[in-house]
Design a protein around this ligand. Structure first.
Ligand code: HEM
Ligand SMILES: *[C@@H]1O[C@H](CO)[C@@H](O)[C@H](O)[C@H]1NC(C)=O
Ligand SMILES: *[C@@H]1O[C@H](CO)[C@@H](O)[C@H](O)[C@H]1NC(C)=O
Ligand SMILES: *[C@@H]1O[C@H](CO)[C@@H](O)[C@H](O)[C@H]1NC(C)=O
Ligand SMILES: *[C@@H]1O[C@H](CO)[C@@H](O)[C@H](O)[C@H]1NC(C)=O
Length: 350
């Protein structure tokens, strides 16, 4: 009795000390010019609670959506900066761009969730919060509400006016077949060190993957770095190279944001080459081990890496715009409205 009380007391102390540290921004990556820890404190004080409360409900219905939102923010930031470009129609799931391979597996539902959040926020505060800021908050809440660390999110991003091209998308998103050398080199160009790379990859502790993202490790021959039993189980879920099915990314605790992803790697049960090679490679192995044996170390490094990622090439101040709808630029929206109006007129005429 006494000991569980003590535990509770200690954990609340830890919780508050962590919170105080983060709220001052101490020990966290520096702020990029134009972003702020308190951006909407006076203009939209309920912003964070609107997002949090809504997502609590969304995740209660389907916890899988948390992973989708976390990944959406990652794709937004890596391609042309965190500017909401990933949400523009025709960029994700749009008919002309189905071939942008990394885009195909973003969840359609994630876009709807962000748009719904935007509507709620703009209803209360007006059109002052960008889709990109909302995606950053949603990603943070996805982490927190699945059991991960809480952290402060710098705000003040503006939404971009342009799509990224398909080649920019492929250039900026590393494929799951990449080895550690490729991963470290490519992410170094964005300012991430080896610790950041290993920590960010830990996002794969939640969510799912389509078979086609890893079956090259199973067929024709099973990757020698993969645990045999684990491989056989994957083959059962994905009987063919092109099986249209999904598996959990972290089979130990698929919907909990914890350090089990690293335990998977230490047992040669990582899903992608880009995951497993972090343990094979001497330069990152001891980072994997330190995260796998101490969850707090992982959480602290993850928070740092996420705050860095969330500030990649942001538009601020008078750059870009605050979109009235996340899937179209404001100029595009006006055009779309006109076209839709014309269509109706025409339809009425026939
Ligand atoms: C560093 C290189 C990375 C590679 C190569 C990579 C690759 C992938 C791939 C191939 C998938 C599965 C897509 C599918 O088949 O459905 C996936 C899923 C996922 N990724 Fe990554 N990823 C990387 C980094 C990240 C980062 C930095 C984050 C977030 C901070 C992230 C979060 C996720 C999440 C949450 C999922 C599950 C999505 C869902 O359940 O809908 N990934 N990733
Ligand atoms: C694909 O997604 C990225 C972000 O993930 C987005 O910026 C880009 O415009 C999308 N479309 C294409 C064709 O690459
Ligand atoms: C990593 O991948 C790159 C590109 O595919 C390749 O050139 C390189 O030899 C690989 N490095 C190791 C250590 O396997
Ligand atoms: C994007 O950010 C990276 C790393 O911070 C920087 O090197 C690069 O110049 C930026 N690109 C643009 C277009 O601002
Ligand atoms: C793959 O599965 C999804 C959902 O289970 C389904 O919507 C889609 O049509 C399938 N695609 C093919 C090519 O069978």
């Amino acid at each position: 009795m006494a000991s569980s009380f003590e535990l509770l007391f200690i954990s609340s102390l830890l919780f508050f000390s962590h919170f105080i540290v983060s709220s001052k921004g101490q020990g966290l990556p520096p702020l990029v010019k134009g972003l702020s820890w308190t951006f909407f404190d006076s203009t939209c004080p309920n912003l964070e609670s609107i997002v949090r409360k809504r997502l609590e409900k969304v995740f209660k219905d389907d916890i899988g959506q948390a992973a989708g939102l976390l990944r959406l923010h990652f794709h937004d930031c890596f391609v042309q900066g965190c500017d909401g470009s990933v949400m523009l129609d025709g960029s994700a799931g749009g008919p002309s761009e189905k071939t942008a391979i990394p885009n195909q597996t973003l969840r359609k539902e994630s876009f709807k969730i962000i748009e719904d959040l935007r509507e709620r926020v703009h209803k209360e505060c007006g059109r002052i919060v960008s889709c990109s800021d909302i995606a950053a908050l949603a990603a943070r809440d996805a982490v927190v509400l699945t059991g991960g660390p809480n952290y402060v999110v710098p705000l003040g991003r503006r939404d971009g006016l342009n799509f990224a091209t398909e080649s920019a998308t492929l250039d900026n998103l590393v494929p799951p077949t990449a080895n550690t050398t490729t991963l470290l080199t490519r992410l170094a160009t964005k300012g991430f060190d080896a610790t950041d790379v290993v920590a960010l990859s830990g996002a794969h502790t939640i969510g799912i993957s389509h078979c086609t993202s890893f079956t090259e490790r199973l067929y024709p021959n099973q990757d020698a770095t993969m645990d045999k039993t684990f491989g056989n189980n994957l083959k059962r879920s994905c009987p063919k190279v092109d099986s249209n099915s999904t598996v959990n990314m972290d089979f130990r605790s698929p919907n909990v944001f914890d350090n089990k992803y690293y335990v998977d790697l230490m047992n040669r049960q990582g899903l992608f080459t880009s995951d497993q090679d972090l343990y094979t490679d001497k330069r990152t192995r001891r980072i994997v081990t330190s995260f796998g044996t101490d969850q707090k170390v992982f959480f602290d490094k993850f928070v740092i890496a996420m705050i860095k990622m969330g500030q990649l090439n942001v538009s601020t101040g008078r750059q870009g715009e605050i979109r009235a709808k996340c899937s179209v630029t404001n100029k595009g929206k006006l055009l779309a409205d006109v076209v839709e109006g014309l269509d109706k007129t025409l339809a009425a005429a026939f």
